[in-house]
Design a protein around this ligand. Structure first.
Ligand code: NAP
Length: 270
């Protein structure tokens, strides 16, 4: 059991894929540090896992869109005296709709959470893993990372960043013994689409969070830089390599196109 008595920090652990990682690792004897904004949900999960398994679970509520959130978290973990052996950068969200009509605050926060927090947490915890010549980092990208995604332009770009960043890091970390993996789920049955607020963002048959976690843990054993969850999703992510760029963008545009489009507002000057 390679995860026994290790400590995993999981962001976005209150629901969905993050909670599934927490349950799976808890069953392997991994101690947990759970992070998300919803303290009540984290407390409920922590209670359930402490009762079922002989593990330590710490709940550290945080809004990772805040610029000082990662430094605060790191300080709290140091004060608790914990070593982070496994870092799972999972917290993330998407918006759907054209950028011209987007809420600038939501756009900014999406980049903060999906990109900045991932880079900052990785940068904070990687050096100690490298020094110990042992550790694991799993960053959650998406099938959205493999092509531009019109109507979800920012989300697609954040996930392309996570994939590129993580695969590069995989190569840097390989000689040090630290395992790095970019996990790319396709549509998965979680509250993610409630947050998006548009069913059009969900492409293909949804997989379960448990399937996604199992895919990640198998891929870690194989030592690959990235893994796409599910056979159909894997095929879809290979298409952009075969098609002209323009065709790839057109297919992606149609796949998540809003069903009811509001006309672009026209400003007239009198
Ligand atoms: N579901 C899919 O179809 C799918 C597909 C591909 C990739 N993904 C990726 O998988 C990851 C997990 O998503 P999910 O499907 O499990 O969705 P989810 O159930 O909505 O989970 C998102 C998690 O992120 C947390 N979170 C959101 N905003 C946060 C903030 N500002 N600070 C800290 N935590 C925050 C949420 O908790 P609080 O609200 O309590 O903060 C929640 O625990 C995301 O990176 C997502 O992009 C999902």
């Amino acid at each position: 059991m390679p995860f026994t008595d290790q400590t995993a920090l999981i962001t976005g652990a209150s629901t969905g894929i993050g909670a599934a990682f927490a349950r799976d690792l808890a069953a392997r004897g991994t101690h947990l540090i759970l992070v998300a904004r919803s303290k009540n949900k984290l407390d409920a999960l922590a209670g359930e896992l402490r009762t079922a398994h002989a593990i330590r679970v710490d709940v550290l509520p945080a809004d990772l869109t805040r610029p000082d959130a990662v430094a605060d978290l790191s300080d709290q973990i140091t004060r608790l005296g914990h070593t982070v052996d496994i870092l799972i950068n999972n917290a993330g969200f998407a918006t759907h709709g054209d950028l011209a009509a987007a809420d600038p605050h939501r756009v900014h926060n999406q980049v903060q959470l999906n990109v900045s927090a991932v880079v900052d947490l990785t940068t904070v915890f990687l050096p100690a893993m490298t020094a110990r010549r042992r550790g694991t980092i799993i960053n959650i990208a998406s099938t959205a990372a493999f092509q531009p995604l019109p109507h979800m332009a920012v989300y697609g770009a954040t996930k392309a960043f996570v994939l590129s960043f993580t695969e590069a890091l995989w190569a840097e970390a390989k000689p040090t013994g630290v395992r790095v993996l970019a996990l790319c789920p396709g549509a998965t049955e979680t509250p993610f689409f409630d947050v998006v607020g548009a069913e059009e963002a969900s492409v293909g048959k949804r997989r379960t969070p448990e399937q996604v976690v199992a895919t990640a843990l198998k891929a870690l054993d194989r030592g690959v830089p990235s893994i796409v969850d599910g056979r159909a999703n894997t095929l879809v992510t290979r298409l952009p390599r075969l098609l002209p760029r323009r065709a790839t963008i057109a297919i992606a545009e149609r796949s998540v196109r809003p069903r009811t489009t509001s006309p672009t507002p026209v400003t007239t000057h009198h």
